[in-house]
Design a protein around this ligand. Sequence first.
Ligand code: PMP
Length: 306
Amino acid sequence: MAEQKYPEWVWHNGKIVPWKDATVHVMSHSLQYGSSVFEGIRCYKTPKGGAIFRLAAHMRRFFNSARIYDMPMPFTVEQVSTACHEILIKNGFDQAYIRPCAYRGLGGFGISADCPVGVTVAGWPMAAYLGPDALKKGITACVSSWQRFAPNTIPSGAKAAGNYLSGQLIAREARQRGFGEGIALSTSGLISEGAGENVFLVMDGALHTAPVSASLLNGITRNSIITLARDNGVEVVERDLPREYLYLADEIFMCGTAAEVTPIRAIDNKQVGAGEAGPVTRKLQDLFFGLFDGRTQDKWGWLEML
Ligand code: PMP
């Protein structure tokens, strides 16, 4: 495995500590039972300096995830937001992926034990998540043999560590089969989402994406794309999407904080459109990345300077 270079500092329970000291006990509830919730946020380098993208929306989802799992948060939204800023400044990063995490710590071995909740915020520089050519040339994808979890089993609307067991099955299977990413169907057999990305189809110039009832995470990038599209006269439809539309769409792309806006050039070995990023995908990529170099006006107050 390639040697990983770690950042120097981590924010852990209210203090900034050296990377090696940001630890939990092996018998922590979260390690044994997957009981942690987290966020993934990007900070972009803009002409005016580092800017965190949609921190308030990420904080809202972070605290909502904790609320769903009845995890009492020992810090306020303001404190965790400040920690996101501080950890980047301390490490000297103006371009990074930020990972806040709240976890049930050590405090009993039972499934429903009231373990104390710890909070940590790490940040590290991150390039294109799905590979250097992904944003330009697109990636290949497959429909996973693994479905997403059913509603009323594990809530897909919470960004909880345990959900990513499903994500690991989907992503690892896709890569073992030689695809860039996997897309899962919901238990009703309709399109849900990628292992860590929401999915958009372009058909007759309009954007189509599955509704949150299709066992997916209500992505903040998804919301940004919908907002940018509508603001620029592109029609957006949230609707149930049968699998075969993946083979009929003119364009397909995935989006997420890590994946940003990644075109899909083939799915299940069938070419999508012309086999490259199509015009609507390119337009949305341009509007999205334009937010960070000033070409797209930030009408919504999405950028928060470091
Ligand atoms: N679905 C899943 C399962 C994810 O992990 C992510 C990444 N957080 C997304 C969708 C996209 O969400 P966002 O745009 O908020 O990063």
